[in-house]
Design a protein around this ligand. Structure first.
Ligand code: SDX
Length: 432
């Protein structure tokens, strides 16, 4: 439908009622029926488990077109940003919905760089946790704990929100690296202010006090690309969680800590870890690629083709296309081969010619190839979703701030259809 042909209202006939629902049209032509008066006028609510047909907000940050496989941050295509921008600039773009001037970028980079250290007392949190604990649990705890160090964090102060946003963007890599160092019993490496954002992450992850470590520039560029591609994705599960927690007036740290927990799930950000484990199981001969794909088509097999399918993309995820090419570039520049890439390509080739996947419009998503690159950078599998969280941090914050500024924002409180027991009298336990 074009803007010209979209009617101004949608007629709803409900019993003897006839309702005109206002129609909203987004800047990219998306159409929404405004049902805010529905219950007041009809007593009825809508029913949409998973909210796949329900707009929860208006936003100017990120646009997806699932049918065309389009992703834009504030109007800039992900393809162009991946090629020409860098992650710190993309942070600014998402937070302000404008690219920064040279002076703004320099000042912002300085601010983020000079907030990367953690309070020395926060370091004790890591050592108090079991080494084998999943780093997503450690990161959720550490981010939540930031509000104990910055006690004036509050949702209704724009100045306070900005400094808390900078702190989170700056400290998330440090928290991530410390969770990894704790898990392998190595000393924490302080951030280095002379390194770029991505190079600093590699430094904190892999340097030791015993020898000089200079991050590989090819790896730093590859990591910067991964972070750009993960930076925001409109109202996905974890971002909706961050908005929902923020809608109660909870501070930014508490809201993002909840977002980290939501991202952890294998159907969401946890899929990147699940993809590599899937590829490894095929590599190690547990079953062939073809046998795996046959199982993935059976509902009761408990096997899913991880990294495939998406609630919005019913076409190739544009991020997956960029990452697939980046796998060849990074492995080539590092002079490496990875049999897992060959297996991934075989699975994709089988899926894209199999009716089960074609009919359901299941294509590779962002998680299908990302793990191949994380692995090439030396990042351990259990840290993959933590790196997704580092990338998604500016998106979570930008969406949370947009919610705080939204004049239509209300506390998130969906309704339900009650299907339980109807009224009945209480019977004494002896008579039950
Ligand atoms: C991310 O929302 C975002 O934007 C998320 C994200 C972001 O940047 O924030 O893009 C990041 O989370 C990517 C998705 C990562 N998850 C996975 O790769 C896990 C595997 N994929 C799925 O489980 C699934 O595709 C979802 C969860 C991603 C989407 O699920 P939906 O939209 O609820 O679709 P569905 O589960 O109802 O599937 C529709 C059909 C079903 O079959 P039928 O009931 O029609 O017979 O497709 C089947 C599903 O069984 N199906 C799959 C499948 N994904 C869906 N069958 C086999 N393998 C799969 N991967």
């Amino acid at each position: 439908m074009t803007n010209q042909t979209v009617p101004k209202t949608a007629k709803l006939t409900f019993g003897d009622q006839e309702l005109d629902l206002p129609v909203m049209v987004g800047s990219e032509g998306e159409v929404a029926l405004d049902i805010r008066q529905l219950r007041a006028k009809t007593g009825a609510i809508t029913y949409d488990p998973g909210l796949g047909n329900t707009g929860a907000c208006q936003s100017k940050i990120t646009f997806l077109d699932g049918e065309q496989g389009i992703l834009r941050y504030a109007g800039y295509s992900i393809e162009e940003l991946a090629q020409k921008s860098n992650f710190v600039e993309v942070m600014w773009l998402l937070l302000h919905q404008q690219l920064p001037t040279a002076a703004e970028l320099e000042q912002f980079t300085h601010e983020v760089t000079h907030h990367t250290m953690l309070h020395e007392n926060l370091k004790q949190l890591f050592s108090s946790l079991p080494k084998a604990g999943h780093p997503m649990a450690v990161c959720a705890a550490a981010v939540g704990a930031l509000s104990t160090f910055y006690q004036n964090a509050s949702a209704n102060s724009p100045q306070q929100n900005w400094i808390d946003a900078v702190r989170l963007l700056a400290k998330m890599p440090t928290i991530a690296a410390y969770s990894y160092k704790h898990s392998i019993g190595q000393p924490f490496m302080y951030p280095r202010n002379d390194l770029s954002y991505a190079a600093n992450i590699l430094h904190m992850m892999f340097a030791t006090p015993c020898e000089k470590y200079e991050p590989n520039p090819v790896m730093a560029r590859a990591l910067d690309l991964l972070l750009i591609l993960h930076a925001d994705h409109e109202q996905n599960c974890s971002t909706s969680t961050v908005r929902t927690v923020g809608s109660s007036g909870a501070n930014l740290f508490a809201s993002v800590s909840a977002g980290i927990s939501a991202l952890w799930g294998p159907l969401h950000g946890g899929a990147n870890q699940a993809v590599i484990e899937m590829l490894m199981s095929i590599r190690d001969g547990k079953r062939s690629a073809r046998e795996f794909m046959e199982l993935a088509k059976k509902k009761d097999s408990g096997v899913r083709l991880m990294g495939f399918g998406h609630r919005v993309y019913k076409n190739y995820d544009p991020r997956a296309l960029i990452l697939k090419k980046a796998c060849y570039d990074v492995l080539g520049q590092l002079g490496r081969k990875d049999p897992l890439l060959d297996i991934a390509l075989e699975l994709e080739q089988i899926a894209l010619s199999d009716n089960y996947f074609i009919e359901r419009k299941l294509y590779p998503n962002v998680d299908f190839y990302s793990g191949i690159i994380y692995k090439a950078l030396g990042i351990p599998v259990e840290m993959f979703t933590v790196f997704f969280a580092i990338g998604r941090m500016p998106g979570w914050i930008a969406q949370w701030l947009e919610y705080q500024r939204d004049p239509e924002a209300k506390i998130t409180r969906p309704r339900q259809i009650y299907m339980g027991a109807t009224p009945r009298a209480y019977g004494q336990v002896e008579k039950r």
